[in-house]
Design a protein around this ligand. Structure first.
Ligand SMILES: [Zn+2]
Ligand SMILES: [Zn+2]
Length: 318
């Protein structure tokens, strides 16, 4: 079984400080999402058709579900299941097409945040503690520089993989052949809605769900000692491909199933079940297969999480 307790990639010592650091504007990031958003706002309404809308919905669902949620998050980051390398490549390529970052960039963003949130306190950038407008600007247009922050070392399997290194170098360019293909197949409406509208909506939507998933919502679990807790956002369950059951994810990070109750829809989990049935995925982790976690505390009532947090004296109330 390839369960990994906590993060396998984060290294830290007694001087590591998850609280200090400064947020700096990152032009490349800003130009990327700024351009996609501007094209979407200006040309989206001018080129909208029913078929362009369908291209937007289908391409968003495939890239977010198979690519970001199942490939990048559940497989590459957490090793929540095993699969052949070619299946992993296909899933990660679809994840790259979301337009958020390359594979190593996604791992860095995720693992530094994940580790920092499990410390007693961390930088406001890492737990979305700012106002919503400031958080939007910082997360999508800036980066956090932490000279005394934790060190991330990629496992050699990924660091030495030529395909992943190539994807990391070229991830923004992967929109271009897709845009050309959509233009040829369906005209400007398909290209604008299948690339610019999709990338701007998915990247901005991902940030918005992360923002609320660390601030308010229902909870079934508390991770004792962690300065930041996750919250479940039922309203975003389908759009986020199951990722918005974020309280469950904080409780069971290595579980391939994030919507763990029958009434918690989790499209990413449904896809994993299909891939398992096809024999393309095996050794699938769920909360039942993971070792017990001493710091995990079950709450009696899903909706009193914030009360319990205050009682425990932990940060986390909105
Ligand atoms: Zn989280
Ligand atoms: Zn995660």
């Amino acid at each position: 079984m390839n369960f990994v307790p906590g993060s396998i990639r984060i290294f830290y010592g007694p001087d590591t400080d998850p609280v200090s650091g400064r947020v700096e504007w990152k032009p490349a990031k800003s130009i990327w999402i700024g351009t996609m958003t501007a094209v979407a706002i200006v040309f989206g309404p001018l080129t909208i058709t029913w078929s362009a809308l369908a291209v937007f919905v289908v391409s968003s669902a495939i890239t977010l579900c198979a690519g970001h949620s199942v490939g990048m998050h559940r497989r590459m980051v957490h090793y929540a299941f095993e699969c052949p390398l070619w299946v992993e490549y296909v899933l990660i390529e679809l994840g790259v097409l979301v337009g958020m970052a390359g594979p190593f960039g996604i791992i860095r963003q995720h693992d530094v945040r994940d580790w920092s949130q499990r410390q007693p306190d961390c930088h406001a950038f890492l737990c979305h503690r700012r106002t919503i407008l400031r958080d939007y600007f910082e997360q999508l247009h800036c980066e956090l520089l932490q000279p005394n922050g934790p060190e991330l070392r990629l496992e050699s399997r990924l660091a030495n993989d030529p395909v992943y290194n190539w994807l990391e170098q070229t991830w923004r360019w992967h929109q271009l052949p897709l845009a050309i293909a959509l233009l040829a197949l369906g005209g400007w409406g398909w290209a604008v809605w299948g690339v610019a509208v999709r990338v701007s909506v998915c990247v901005t939507g991902h940030w918005l769900i992360s923002y609320y998933a660390h601030r308010e919502g229902s909870q079934s679990w508390i991770v004792r000692g962690a300065g930041v807790q996750g919250y479940n956002l039922p309203v975003a369950a389908l759009f986020s491909m199951g990722e918005s059951w974020h309280n469950n994810h904080h409780a069971f990070p290595a579980s391939a199933q994030i919507g763990i109750h029958p009434d918690q829809p989790d499209p990413g989990w449904w896809l994993i079940l299909v891939l398992k049935r096809l024999g393309l995925v095996w050794n699938v982790n769920t909360p039942e297969t993971l070792p017990p976690r001493a710091t995990l505390q079950r709450l009696d009532n899903d909706h009193v999480g914030w009360v319990a947090l205050r009682r425990l004296g932990l940060h986390g109330s909105p």
